[in-house]
Design a protein around this ligand. Sequence first.
Ligand code: PRX
Length: 654
Amino acid sequence: MSEIKPVFKPNREFAKEARIKNICEYNELQEWAREDYEGFWDHYAKEKIDWIEPYHTVLDESDAPFVKWFDGGKLNVSVQCVDRHLKTRKNKAAIIFEGDDGDFRTITYLELHFNVNKMANLLKNEFGVKKGDRVVIYMPMIPEVAYAMLACARIGAIHSIVFGGFSSEALRDRIEDADARLVITADGAFRKEKPYMLKPVVDKALAGNTPVEKVLVVKRNFEEIEWVEGRDYSYNDMIDRQPVECEPEPMESEDPLFLLYTSGSTGKPKGVQHNQAGYILWAQMTMEWVFDVKENDTYWCTADVGWITGHTYIVYGPLAMGATTVMFEGVPTYPDAGRAWKMVEKYRISQFYTAPTAIRVLHSTGEHEPEKYDLSSLKVLGTVGEPIDPPAWEWYYEVVGNSKCAIVDTYWQTETGGHMISPLPGATPIKPGCATLPLPGIMARIVDVEGNEKEVGEEGYLCITRPWPSQIRNVWGDEARYRKSYFGDVKIDGKPVYFTGDGAVYDSDGYFTIIGRMDDVINVSGHRMGTAEVEAVINEDEDVAEVAVVGRPHSIKGESIFAYVVLLKPLDDNGPRDAAYVKKHINGIIKAEIGNIAMCDDIVFVPGLPKTRSGKIMRRILRSIAKGEAITQDTSTLEDPSVVQAIEKVVKGS
Ligand code: PRX
């Protein structure tokens, strides 16, 4: 695994002005953190956060893995992101919104302040939302989603954003788990010049008994929607009468800020809980270090706000540091493969942050498109969510970045709140497909289960060995699951440490290369799907006896979902219940229960699944078959070894 890769040094001109200017400065910071961990964090917490009341303890690990950062302190995240910029940046663009149709709007920090305060007053005064209440947000990429997040933060409500691509069932599950009383949504929005709808999904999710009492609807596409009197309220009709000042709620450092549901290797998605001070501190610090955004820069992250990247790097991080953040409603390849580059030229974007899947799509659909636009404003290019393959990396570096921009391959997770391992654009020599080094303050190691350090080139468990400020604080309502999911697998010196679920290797420079998930999680286009979750849904099909799903490499999506299905009764080859029908039916159920993102690219009908005598499905064998690899695993211990050949035959013939 320790192959030699080309190394690209940071651009000298850029490095001169960067916050961290060379690798020695990086090493000094990391050394400081290693020697005086609390002193390091204390310094930055004091420097970066506008405290309402100072904290008395930097880090309290007495109840680990339940940790407290900056205990005793009080702050308000909306003040950190908005109010404190009014002195120096009130007329600076906070958000530039570009609609699907190319229309744009600029929201200054002063306007953002008014909009957030009005929304906070609306939630508080009209709906009685109080500190600690959960508010589910199911919205498209429009500025009102940022107002809603920051309004919740202002009054101390806990938001839980559900990605707009999730189905009504998935939305309902998340509403119920969080016991939310209010849903904020929109009628819909626009994609590829056509309106699409969200409100009907909310209506369906709320059919029957749910904890939700009120629904606030932002009208964006003005299509006709159903209206439930006494439950549904129009944001557009109510917002203008709200006062423009709303007193920020002083929040404890460890009060919850938001929940974000994500898939794990078992069971239903879990509500990852992030708290106030630690989260916002690291969101801001990583924005400053990793993207090195300067006062006059315009920064664009193409993620959807429904994922953690959208939370930390479209809304909280950029606004906490007082940057200009671009929010885009549309699709980067519509109306043509030059759309993204046209926007870079139009807004003079300095930092562009996207996922390898998007890079592969932009590359394959418009290899020479970047050459048609003036991309000279670009300084830093970022990637996130999945390993980036060398051809995509090279195109991004050479054609998009004109071989002068740093590529920051940022490794992190919903649970880590912000970047963990990433190059620093002015300091770290980069290598294609390599996340390079842990950020200053992050203590990452690659070890075996007993905590022994792995040698160069040997794959091991990627662990973070000290708590960090923006780490997950709990799985909402399930402390046991929090412990088990993250602190159950690896111990160092007898003490449980945070295991990311990812495998990684060191190279001879001590750089970290991420291999990918070691658990039963599939990464589709940078989005996490738990195999157990998809299997549970497929099992609902009345034709299905058993199912196992695995990830299969995919040239655009990174991985796609491959399902092995054992049917209860044979297919009706010449009748209505033929293979095509059953496959469509299975994907239909997945679409309804989870959403399009979990649909299977491949479904094969097999006579049985490879299981150990204790009944455990040998997914490694299924992964190898899906990839078309020869089976090297020992199959003699299987309950029925002959099933492997039978499955191979089906897959080869499919
Ligand atoms: O497997 C890793 C992969 O994405 C997972 C986290 O997914 P999620 O919580 O949805 O957050 C995605 C956005 C932060 C990780 O466990 N991953 C994330 N970044 C990278 C990555 N794999 C390789 N390289 C990365 N830069």
